[in-house]
Every structure is written in C-alpha cells, then in structure tokens.
Design a protein around this ligand. Structure first.
Ligand code: UD1
Ligand code: CA
Length: 472
C-alpha cells in the first residue's frame, strides 16, 4: 500500500504485548475512564491533521499482539486510521520497518507510541513546526524525568547524541535524567537507508527505533532534539498502577475543564466524565455521577446524584432527577427523568415530558408533555402528546419471537396497570380502563375495558366471621 501523497504521515506504535499489564487484552485497548488508551493518542493527533505544510495527512497504527481486537476498534471508532500488521513484535524499530511501504511515499514520518495518553496536540504541532523549520533528518522529543527508570536515556557528549535503553544503560548512564519521549519525526529520504541498519544486539534482542538517533548522528546527519518541559505529558502507561494514576489525573483535568467553562458541581471529586463528553455552561451536576461516551448536555440541565449517562443527548433545561441509568437516548427541552429510571436504545422524552419513578423506556418515544410518572415499561412504543400513562402500565412487546410495536395517540389516558399486548394501537383521545389487558385497537375517543366485571357478594364478611367463630 504505497501512499503517493507527500506531506507527513503519523505512525502510532500499538503492536506491543504490554507484558507488564498482565492482561489478556491488548494494552492499547485497556480503558482510561471510558476510552481505550489508544483513543487519547489518536485524539491528540486529530487537530494536527490537514493537507498543508506542517500538517499530518494520514495516520496509521501498527497492530500485532491481539491485533484483530485493535483493528476492530480502529475500524469502528477511527475509520480513517489504517492498521498495519506487525505479526512478530521484534521491537519499535522493526515496527517502523514493516510499515515501510506505507510511509515511503511521504516527505516526513512522525512516529509515536500508543501508550502516552497525556500527550497534547500543541506539543505535536510544535514538533511538526520545529522539524519543518530545521531541515533535520530527525527531530525527537526528550524530557527531564524525575524518575528516569524504564526510559531510554539521552546520552550526550559534545555534539554526539545517542539513546541508550534502560536495560542496556551503564550505572553511570542510568543517572541521566534526560530521557526519550518515544516521539520522533524523520525525513523519509533519510529514514529509508537507515531503517535497514538497525540491529538487535542488545539486552532485549529487539530492533530499537531510538538507535537511529545515534546511527544518524555518527554519520554526520542533522538530528535535532527538543527538550520538552512538561514531564507528565509523556508519561507512558505500562502497568495497572500507571493506568489508574493516568486515569485519575485525566479525570481531574476533564472535571476542572468543565468547571472552568461554567459547569457547576457540588462535589467534583465524585464526578466522572469521559473525554468525549460535551457539556454547555450553566449545567449542574450532583455528587456521584458518571457521564460517558458521546453524551452532550445543553445549558440549564441538571444531572442528579448516582446517575450514569452514556451516549445521551440532553436538550436545554432537561432534568435527570437522580439514580438514573440512561444510554443512547434523548431528553428534549425541559423533560424530566427519574428518580430510579432506565432509558436505553433510542428512547426519547419529548419537550416537557416526564418519565418518573421506576420506569424503563426502550426504543420508544414519549411525546411532548406526556407523562409516565410511575412504575412503567415502554418498549418499542410511540406515545403521542399530552398523554398520561398510568402507574403499572406495561407494553407486552415481546411474544417470545419478535418485538412488536405499541402505538398510543395524543391526549390518551392509559389507566393504571394496563397491559398493552403488542402489536396494538390506542387511537387519539382514547382511554383504557385500569387493569385492562388490551390486545385490540381502541378507536379514537373510545374507552377500552378488558377485565372481568366486578361482582359484589352482599353480607359476605359477616357470614365469614360467623363461620370462623363456629369452627373455634
Ligand atoms: C520506548 C523507547 C524508550 C522511550 C520510551 C518512552 C524503544 C526501544 N524504547 O520504551 O527509549 O524512553 O518508549 O515511553 O523504543 N511496540 C510495537 N511493536 C514492537 C514493540 C513495541 O508496536 O515490536 C509499541 C508498543 O505497543 C508501545 C510502543 O511501541 O506502544 C513503545 O513500546 P514499549 O515496549 O512500551 O517501549 P518502552 O520500553 O516504553
Ligand atoms: Ca512504554
């Protein structure tokens, strides 16, 4: 797959085993908050993409260990990112070598690891500008680490520079605090001959990409290094402890970002918000709330305590009272949900609609100003406007084989404890009597009654008392 587009390609290395995670899942798919590790690096690349000079025109990811899972994630969430297979993981240099056909058409190649979730777009933009301005064959980012253990050390002596991996470093080299970030840009015409010169004669028996720096410098090629100031940005995630601590600091950054933009929280320390969530100002969030996926919350909305929202859309002034589990659904302007409610799979509460206590709504629309205040299940239903759904109403939507629709019109009154045996329709202005099992259309304006007639037996109670006293 030779790419003829010039410009800069970005290659994310995501094939490694992540041995230190001790997980059956590929490291780059382990989650931080609700998104895989890989999401964060790909998101940081996003604003750098474009066609001009100093922009990234195409992104690929090297996959290998459990590569099917990683490719499936890419095709589902990042369809423009091209997976390239590294069947045997022989090191970061080998990963770049196997991708040669893809990158050889570019002018420049950026290489970055898939396990650095704190990386900022502005850093990558600065690196791109630096490389474009310097005319170097390689520009790499280093930083000064408080604890350099595990990183490749940047060894400088006069104008000579090389990178020595932790496991290959001498005791003296191990004291060096300047370390390799794992992020580089190479000029492709220079990379081409050098990539074949890497060997694997080192402690790990791997082809190390950072060895290119020493090789190029020794050959008198211009190599440019930028020492970045913010160490935290380059922290790699290699262990479950790293995953947790990165998650904790990303959680904090996200929450603080929302606070600074006018979102109110009573107890920010108990609120969890994913990186893809958008929240407008003047929203208030109570303690112990989780908001995930592509949830979007508009001005004036409120999310009550102990609620979990995923891929939700809340229009202006929507109110999630509390204890709600809401996913893939929509709350229109001024609608109210909860407490103790489940909305899922495309449920819609229309403007000023109410779905209250102990209600579950799946793949159904509750129209404007309609109400289901208590104890209701609506599945595969459409409810018109100004309709009241009485307590205990259930759409019997599943016949054991398929899901069937229930259609309820405008201004209807569904009596408490109505069983709506789908497929069934309640036309506009119709009523159902409480406790009915409705299995046929209730026509416009009619009352559907489907329950046994009541029979009253006079004097039954006193006769029972007499019978019981005789028996004693
Ligand atoms: C690497 C660098 C080190 C640097 C550090 C910064 C090497 C040899 N070392 O070390 O100098 O300080 O990053 O975080 O590059 N990968 C592949 N295929 C492979 C091996 C690795 O795709 O065959 C991927 C991994 O999935 C990972 C990235 O490359 O995303 C880095 O690999 P990792 O093993 O984490 O390297 P480090 O030991 O952290
Ligand atoms: Ca790493």
């Amino acid at each position: 797959m030779t790419c003829s587009t010039a410009g800069t390609g970005a290659l994310v290395l995501a094939a490694g085993k992540g041995t230190r995670m001790k997980s059956d899942h590929p490291k780059v798919l382990l989650p931080i908050l609700d998104q895989p590790l890989l999401y964060y690096v790909l998101s940081a690349l996003e604003p750098c993409r474009g066609t001009g000079r100093g922009k990234i025109s195409s992104v690929s990811a090297v996959v290998g260990h459990k590569g099917e899972e990683v490719s499936a994630y890419l095709s589902g969430s990042w369809p423009s990112v091209i997976p390239l297979w590294q069947h045997e993981q022989l090191g970061t240099g080998h990963a770049v070598r196997i991708a040669r056909e893809w990158w050889s058409g570019f002018d420049n190649l950026m290489v970055l690891p898939g396990d650095v979730p704190h990386l900022q777009s502005s850093t990558l933009e600065a690196l791109l500008a630096d490389h474009a301005g310097s005319g170097a064959d390689c520009t790499f980012l280093s930083f000064s680490a408080a604890d350099p253990r595990g990183y490749g050390r940047v060894v400088r002596s006069g104008s000579a520079v090389s990178i020595v991996e932790d496991r290959d470093a001498t005791e003296e080299q191990k004291l060096i605090s300047e370390v390799n970030s794992g992020i580089y840009i190479f000029t492709v015409s220079a990379l081409r001959p050098f990539i074949d010169r890497l060997d694997n004669e080192n402690a790990q028996g791997e082809y190390y990409l950072p060895d290119l720096v020493g090789l190029m410098v020794r050959d008198g090629r211009p190599v440019n290094s930028t020492i970045a100031s913010r160490e935290a940005e380059f922290r790699g995630v290699n262990t479950p402890e790293h995953l947790w601590s990165s998650g904790e600091s990303i959680r904090r950054e996200i929450v603080e970002g929302h606070l600074s933009r006018g979102v109110r929280m009573m107890d920010p320390s108990s609120v969890w918000i994913g990186p893809a969530v958008t929240i407008e100002p003047d929203v208030s969030i109570d303690p112990f709330v989780q908001i995930w996926g592509k949830t979007a919350i508009a001005r004036g909305s409120h999310v009550g305590g102990f609620s979990i929202l995923r891929n939700m859309t809340l229009s202006e002034g929507a109110d999630v009272v509390s204890h709600a589990v809401l996913s893939d659904s929509r709350l229109e302007r001024g609608s109210r949900a909860g407490p103790f409610i489940v909305l899922r799979d495309g449920a819609v509460l229309g403007e000023d609609a109410l779905a209250g206590k102990f209600v579950e709504i799946k793949k159904s629309v509750l129209g404007k100003r309609s109400k289901a205040p208590h104890l209701t299940y609506l599945g595969d239903a459409s409810v018109g406007e100004d309709t009241n759904i009485g307590a205990g109403t259930i759409t019997c939507n599943y016949d054991g084989q398929r899901k069937n629709p229930t259609i309820i019109g405008n201004r209807c009154f569904i009596g408490s404890d109505t069983m709506l045996v789908a497929p069934v329709e309640i036309e506009d202005d119709a009523f159902t009597a409480a406790g009915s099992v409705i299995s046929r259309t209730v026509p416009e304006g009619a009352l559907g009654v489907a329950r046994a007639h009541q029979k009253n037996i006079d004097g039954w109670s006193s006769r029972r008392q007499r019978r019981e006293s005789k028996e004693q």
